[in-house]
Every structure is written in C-alpha cells, then in structure tokens.
Design a protein around this ligand. Structure first.
Ligand code: FAD
Length: 315
C-alpha cells in the first residue's frame, strides 16, 4: 500500500480469484512482502469446493476433501499476510496505471493484477443433473476416473477431450459408451479412430441425455433421446463424464486483455498478459491440463513475475 488514506490507497498487487492459482499467488506475493489483496469471488475456494476427494495433490498421502484443502491453502497464505475479501469483481479498468478494480460499488487501485478466475466446465442441464453432480457425474476424468474402477461408464461429447477421456477411462471401467448428439465428430481422425478401435468402447451417435436416473446408491443410468424422432432408450451406467467443453471466466475483462477465441487469457511474456502489469494463472489460461497442481504452479509463477516486474519499475 502506498498511502494510509484508504481513498488514496494503491495496492501493489490485487489477486482476483481464490482457487489453487489465486491462493498460491497470494502465498508467494505475501511472502515477498507485497501485502496482496485478494477478491475471492462468487465461489470462494474455487472449483475444488465442489469435490469430496482430492487424491492427486502432492503432500496428502491419504487424499483430502476439496473444501478442506482449500481452507488450508487460504490459512497458509493468510498466515503471511494475504488479505482476502469474499467479494466478486464486477469489472476492471486497465487503460492506465494504477489499474482500477470495481467491487460491489467500490473502486480499488493496484499497480499489478493477477487474474486467477478459472474456467467452468459446461454441463448438460439434463433432468436430475444438479442432484447427481459429484455423485456419479463428473467433468474431469483425470480427477475422478480412479473412483470408477469396474463400473460401466458413459462419456458425453464428440471432441478430442471426449475421445481422450473415454480412452483414459477404459483403464478403470469395464465398458465405456460414448454418447454424441450428431453423426459428425469434432474430434481429430486419429483420436476418433483410437476410440472406435478400443474393445471396451462403444459409440452411440444421434443421442443426447434427457435425464439422469439414480437411487440411494448413486447414479444408475441415463435416458437418451434421439433428436431426429424424439425416441428414447435407457442406458444402465453407474458413472458419467461430461466432456463438452469449458468456459473460461473472462467476460468481466470486457475485452481489455487479449484472449483466444474461446476466451482463455493469452500469456505474452511468461505469465504476463497483453497488458503490462496484468498477470494471469491457472485454468483461466490453461486449455490443456486444468489440474489443481498446475494451477498452483502457475500461481507461483505469476506472483514471482509480478514481484520482479514491480521491482524493475521501482514500485
Ligand atoms: C468436480 C471437480 C473435481 C475436481 N477434482 C480435481 C482433482 O481431484 N485434482 C485436481 O488436480 N483437480 C481437480 N479438479 C480441477 C481443479 O479444480 C482445477 O484445475 C483448479 O481448481 C483450477 O484452479 P484455479 O485457481 O485456476 O481456478 P478455480 O479453482 O476455478 O477458481 C477460480 C476462482 O475465481 C473466482 N472468480 C471468478 N470470477 C471472479 C470475479 N469476477 N471476481 C472475483 N473472483 C472471481 C472464483 O470465485 C474462484 O474462487 C476438479 C474440478 C472439478 C470441477
């Protein structure tokens, strides 16, 4: 902070988002004595707040609950001075420095910003979906595949991710059915062929999920509908993975930071974005890995890049 008067205060770094990327950026920035301020956003703790077990984050040999892990990440960063406000950023203004960050009617200013707002998986919104999220239906095979050993599984989607997830899931499942609403696949020929040739994979085209079926034990099946004549069939499965894409949370940037066509922020130099002094980390830039540990790693990089950039400018 460069001034004690709250109206004139200029933060050195504001971090937007409180997933693994945000908290790790907060930890590093706090330990570098930058007194970072974080706006945790509408989902304080990020996507892992939605999952019960995390088994692939280093340092937890017995696994850990997602919310519990995020509380620990927060506690660790706060111990070194990260200030967290559980509020959502409405918009930012990066046309001049200090940058402006607008939060619930208030204006904050900062020399540097680190954007860690993540990406949301796109869901189908089929009947009974909300109740089954995390109870048999997942959007991340790398994260949850191992929980479905010896299950019959369905993968929804027709792109490379769906083919990759289906092929990966054959390691655990007895059978994987790929369900796709059209006949034409977006997936590359090689990925599609690999899935088609796999003895454990069956592909059903012209099918969309109308409803999920469940009982006390969890997911038991899905009702599939043929969009051509609205006929339906029931498929018995105990696990489902939706692989129809992700949506990065960047609308609030209002085009001020360069993104790709889908809205993922582009890095220009290391973790710096198209605007000097604005850094980005985690799923909001990551079209490939989307894991807690990769997001955390990039949060570390962004904080170190911000620190060096501030130092070079004498800020
Ligand atoms: C159900 C599920 C299970 C998963 N399981 C695993 C697993 O076992 N292992 C693993 O490694 N990964 C897992 N993942 C993936 C992992 O959660 C993500 O890769 C990781 O959380 C990405 O971290 P992040 O910090 O980039 O963003 P996120 O965790 O997505 O956090 C984004 C943050 O940005 C905030 N935000 C958004 N908009 C604003 C705004 N306008 N103002 C302020 N804040 C804002 C949100 O409140 C949130 O805090 C799972 C994901 C899901 C959905």
């Amino acid at each position: 902070m460069s001034d004690d008067d709250p109206d004139n205060r200029i933060e050195r770094v504001i971090i937007i988002g409180s997933g693994p990327a945000g908290y790790t950026a907060g930890l590093y920035a706090a330990r570098a004595l930058l007194e970072p301020l974080m706006f945790a956003g509408y989902m304080s703790g990020g996507q892992l707040m939605l999952t019960s077990d995390v088994e692939n984050y280093p340092g937890y040999p017995q696994g850990i609950g997602g919310p519990e892990m995020m509380m620990e990440l927060r506690e660790q960063a706060e111990r070194f001075g990260l200030r967290v406000e559980d509020k959502n950023v409405e918009r930012i203004d990066t046309t001049e420095r200090p940058f402006k960050v607008y939060v619930e009617g208030e204006e904050f200013r900062a020399d540097a910003l680190i954007i860690c707002t993540g990406a949301e998986a796109i869901w189908l919104d089929a009947e009974n979906e909300e109740a089954q999220k995390g109870r048999g239906i997942s959007t991340c095979a790398t994260c949850d595949g191992a929980f479905f050993r010896d299950h019959e599984i369905m993968v929804v989607g027709g792109g490379d991710s769906a083919m990759e997830e289906a092929t990966f899931l054959t390691r655990f499942a007895t059978k994987v059915t790929i369900v796709h609403r059209r006949e034409v696949f977006r997936a590359s020929k090689v990925m599609l062929e690999r899935a088609k040739q796999h003895p454990k994979i069956e592909i059903k085209t012209f099918r969309s999920v109308k409803a999920w079926l469940s009982d006390d034990s969890g997911l038991t099946g899905a009702i599939l509908e043929d969009p051509r004549d609205s006929s339906t069939e029931e498929l018995a499965i105990t696990g489902a993975f939706i692989a129809i894409g992700h949506k990065p949370i960047t609308a609030f940037l209002d085009g001020q930071i360069e993104t790709d066509q889908e809205g993922y922020i582009l890095h220009k130099e290391f973790t710096m974005t198209s605007v000097e002094g604005v850094f980005a980390a985690g799923d909001v830039v990551d079209t490939r890995y989307r894991q807690a540990v990769t997001a955390a790693g990039q949060g570390c990089q962004a904080a170190m890049d911000a620190e060096r950039w501030l130092e070079d400018l004498g800020l």
